[in-house]
Design a protein around this ligand. Structure first.
Ligand SMILES: [Zn+2]
Length: 226
């Protein structure tokens, strides 16, 4: 069983599901997107996404009109495999079409572009053997893109990334609940103090850069919650 955390932007709550790899992801149905496809090559027992990301994928499936073969979607940041502030760690990115012909991938890419609801569709020259598209929340904390600023009271997938990264780095106590409360605040402040950052407890551009670069791809440490 895999624990799937979903931030529900309608209720403001983090929902918790326990699902087998062959069952559908929350807010999708049938075989549109299974937990196993979404988990991809991740070995994590706890994975997450946002209701909006799942609903966008389901809407894109209807728009495209065919099965979308998903190769990879989710990864935990300590597992690495993607860039420093990749939306794959947020549960909002999909790498698809590895099994399609070149013409099939071109059709999927064109459809993802014309769909108009993905935040980003990677140029085909960058990923010629798959199609990457993602949904992300904005505005990003850094002008160059990436994650939104999170602070006390924030909820959702970016808080989960922050908690996961802090836990992996040994700044424990913040749990893995997607809610930025007192324990996340003190863990972040401790990280900021020990890394020469202003200990304001706000995870903005500089804190994200420091945290994600330290946590990226370091593997499952003894302090990871999974
Ligand atoms: Zn990707």
């Amino acid at each position: 069983m895999t624990t799937v955390l979903v931030y529900n932007n309608v209720t403001g709550r983090i929902e918790r599901y326990y699902r087998s790899l062959s069952s559908p992801m929350p807010y999708t149905s049938g075989t549109i997107l299974t937990v196993g496809e979404f988990r991809g090559s991740s070995r994590a027992n706890i994975i997450w996404t946002d209701r909006r990301f799942m609903e966008t994928f389901a809407a894109f499936r209807r728009y495209y009109g065919k099965i979308i073969p998903v190769g990879y979607a989710f990864k935990r940041i300590w597992e690495g495999g993607h860039g420093r502030q990749s939306q794959h760690y947020a549960g909002g990115s999909f790498d698809c079409g590895q099994v399609l012909s070149a013409a099939g991938r071109r059709a999927l890419w064109n459809s993802a572009r014309s769909f108009g609801r993905w935040s980003y569709v990677e140029p085909r020259s960058l990923t010629p053997t798959w199609v990457h598209f993602d949904k992300r929340l904005s505005p990003p904390a850094c002008a160059t893109g990436g994650y939104i600023t999170v602070s006390y009271g924030s909820r959702g997938v970016y808080v989960l990334i922050l908690q996961d990264a802090l836990n992996a780095l040994g700044y424990t106590g913040s749990g893995l609940d997607g809610i930025f409360g007192n324990r996340t605040l003190s863990a972040l402040r401790r990280f900021q103090r020990e890394n020469g950052l202003a200990a304001d407890g706000i995870c903005g551009c500089r804190s994200w850069q420091a945290i994600t670069s330290q946590a990226l791809g370091i593997g499952k440490t003894p302090t990871v919650i999974d």
